[in-house]
Structure formats: C-alpha cells, structure tokens
Design a binder for this molecule. Structure first.
Ligand code: S5P
Length: 257
C-alpha cells in the first residue's frame, strides 16, 4: 500500500494533496467531529485537539451563536495546528439549489470549508453544481457512498453508482464517506465515521467500529470521531489515544504490503 504522501503526488486536486501530505507530516489520520452548539465549545475543541488531527469536521448550522468571527478563528486555529476544515453539510438537492447553499446564505461555506460532502441521491447534477462554485477555489468534495446507521439505504447499486459519479469527477471529488475502502484508487480518500475505541452504538441507530478495524481491516484512510472524544473529561488525552490507534493501524497496514 502506498503511503499517504506517495498518494498525494498522484492527485490533481490541491486539497487532496494538502490533506494527504499533512497526514504523513503530522502523523495523524484522525478527524474530530465537533458536534457542539456554541462557538466557545467549538473553538475549545479545535484548540485542544488541533495538535492531534488532520481534519476538523463541523456542523456549522448547529452553532447557536454563529458569526463570521467563528470562521476567522477556526481558520486561524487550522493554520496554527495544521489541519483542514470539513463542513459536513451533506448537500442533497438539485445542482442549482446546492450552489446557493454552498456559496450564499449566512454561512458562505465555500469561502472557508476546504472540504464539503453531498448525497448522491439527486444524481450527478449535484456534483456539477457544487463544482461550479468550489473547483476554482481549490476546494474538494466527498460523496456519501455509504452511511453508518442501522437500516440506512446507501448500499448496493446506490454505492456502485456513487463510485461511478466520483470517477467521472476526479478533479473535484476526492473521496468518500464510507465504512471501508470501496475502490483501490490512490486519489480517493476514504473517511469513516462511527468510530469509538470499542464496538457498539447509540440509541438512535449509530454503529461504532474500532480504529484498528476501520483502518486495518476495512482499509479506510481517516477515522472520524465525535462523542468518543468530545464527551471525554480529558479531550486532549482521549484524542491522543485515537490518534495513536489510527496511526498504528496505518503503519501495520503499510508494513504488510
Ligand atoms: O454515515 C455517517 C456519515 C456521517 S458524516 N454517519 C455519521 O455518523 N456521520 C457523522 O459523523 C455524523 O454527522 C457525526 O457528526 C459524526 C459521528 O459522530 P459520533 O459522535 O457518533 O462519533
């Protein structure tokens, strides 16, 4: 298996290159899902776990006191700790509508989020619409090819069609939200949520797998961890544990191939 930075050399999308390079430089394949509802909490997470992560994943629309200063401060922390910003917006509408959702409104997501994601249920027009805004800004898109909750419908032909859409848009689509590596192509980055240190779930259908399984067995590239880290009394220590588990699993996979 090529290293993250070897893969970076093959990619044309600047955000994919930057992410893969920084993962090897910083030795982390951990992303935090910072699902908190105040600006102060979000900035605290970003600053506390910033040294451990490659990517900060936000749900910016749940922050009750959102303002443009939040974005400025997140960008400063991203610079300081060397991580990228991923707004988990899960766009799901027709191309023309998602263009506005990406660029306009209160959040102006395209102005600050290095990476966004979308569902593929509307077909390739959604990718085209987002690309019209994001490509010239050097941004990148992930497709939700699979999901983690019990009973979700993103499987089989849906997942296969999503892969095709990614292959048709390699300049802008840099990978997937998925539980596993779906296709062995070096420029597609596989990111997996639903990760905790023990297998389990929550009472709303979420299903958890471990960093070892996700990176080692399922051959994903990035673990996305939310409550497992930010609900811990010592976020920094907990983030270190996940970082170490994810990195050891990556090194073990590298040494096998
Ligand atoms: O299928 C998915 C896709 C995503 S992006 N399942 C998920 O859980 N997510 C996101 O990952 C979800 O929106 C949340 O932000 C994070 C998981 O959080 P946790 O607290 O369960 O680790």
């Amino acid at each position: 298996m090529p290293s993250y930075s070897e893969r970076a050399k093959l990619c044309t999308n600047p955000t994919a290159k930057k992410l893969l390079d920084l993962m090897d430089d910083k030795q982390t394949n951990l992303s935090i899902a910072a699902d908190v509802i105040t600006k102060a909490e979000l900035l605290k997470i970003a600053n506390t776990v910033g040294p451990e992560i490659c990517l900060l994943k936000t749900h910016i629309d749940i922050v009750e006191d959102f303002d443009t200063d939040l974005v400025i401060q997140l960008q400063r922390l991203a610079e300081k700790h060397n991580f990228l910003l991923f707004e988990d917006r899960k766009f799901a509408d027709i191309g023309n509508t998602v263009k506005h959702q990406y660029q306009d409104g209160i959040y102006h997501i395209a102005d600050w989020a290095d990476i966004v994601n979308c569902h593929t249920v509307p077909g390739p027009g959604i990718i085209q619409g987002l690309k019209e805004i994001g490509l010239s800004k050097g941004r990148a898109l992930l497709l939700l090819a699979e999901m983690t909750p019990k009973g979700n419908l993103a499987k089989g032909a849906y997942t296969e069609e999503s892969l095709k859409m990614a292959q048709d848009n390699k300049d802008f689509v840099i990978g997937f939200i998925t539980t596993r590596q779906l296709i062995d192509e070096p420029c597609f980055i596989n990111m997996t949520p639903g990760v905790q240190l023990a297998v389990g779930g929550d009472n709303l259908g979420q299903q958890y797998n471990t960093p070892e399984n996700v990176i080692g067995k399922q051959k994903s590239d990035i673990i996305i961890v939310g409550r497992g880290i930010y609900e811990s009394a010592d976020m920094a220590a907990e983030a270190k544990k996940y970082r170490e588990a994810g990195w050891l699993a990556y090194q073990a996979r590298m040494s096998k191939s």
